[in-house]
Design a protein around this ligand. Structure first.
Ligand SMILES: Cc1cc2nc3c(=O)[nH]c(=O)nc-3n(C[C@H](O)[C@H](O)[C@H](O)COP(=O)(O)O)c2cc1C
Length: 212
């Protein structure tokens, strides 16, 4: 592959595109595990029925390198689940100010509610996380007063056990974003660096340098 660093450049970037892509995967894997990582809370963009863009911050829960899939958790009644459904375009924007790196990931999203993966994610979620899915009425419902959506007897405290949060399970969903394009940008006063990687039909990734 092409080199991404000029020989005299003081960048701490890997020196070929394969290594740059490996760095992207490594950072996404770390971001999913480390809640202090800047890329732990990327912006996830979907498209409204009228074609308008719709964005929101979400917690990155897992990243699977083999399928290049990011996993997010959401409420099955949320607006975004209706937009995504069984499959629709998605863009995930990650920025780490410390590393001065932006990843613009695009691909296809799908919602899963009753799959083994959804069951496993629910089983692994904390009681506090599961409490979010007890909101009634659904997220996005108009209210005359400021509300959390939670019943007064559980608002402000940790649920006692699984039985208490079990009614939230039907409202729990995975948003799976399968990535087929990665755009990489590294900022540096010595000169920025940008590259794009596309997944081929055979599953391999092809990269090209871009002018930033
Ligand atoms: C730091 C942060 C983390 C968030 N994490 C999630 C999340 O993991 N899942 C989620 O559905 N919403 C999350 N939200 C809320 C969303 O940004 C959004 O407001 C909400 O999901 C409603 O979006 P929608 O109407 O497009 O469905 C988070 C917001 C912030 C500020």
């Amino acid at each position: 592959m092409q080199s991404v660093t000029a020989p005299s450049s003081p960048h701490d970037l890997p020196d070929d595109l394969d290594a740059v892509l490996a760095d992207v995967w490594q950072r996404l894997g770390r971001a999913a595990k480390d809640r202090r990582a800047a890329m732990h809370t990327p912006v996830v963009a979907t498209i409204l029925q009228d074609g308008a863009p719709s964005q929101r911050v979400m917690v990155l829960r897992a990243f699977d390198r083999a399928s290049a899939t990011l996993r997010f958790h959401t409420d099955a009644r949320a607006a975004k689940t209706e937009q995504v459904g069984a499959g629709s375009p998605v863009s995930v924007l990650c920025y780490d100010p410390g590393a001065k790196r932006q990843f613009r990931l695009t691909g296809t999203a799908r919602i899963e509610t009753d799959t083994p993966a959804a069951d496993q994610a629910w089983a692994e979620a904390t009681l506090f996380a599961k409490r979010c899915y007890l909101a009634d009425p659904a997220p996005g419902t108009v209210s005359d007063i400021p509300v959390s959506g939670l019943a007064a007897d559980i608002e402000g405290r940790k649920p006692e056990d699984e039985a208490e949060v079990a009614p939230g399970r039907p409202n729990f969903a995975l948003l799976m974003a399968q990535i087929d394009t990665v755009e990489f940008l590294h900022l540096a006063h010595t000169g920025h660096r940008r590259a794009i990687f596309r997944k081929s039909a055979d599953g391999s990734w092809q990269g090209q340098c871009l002018v930033p």
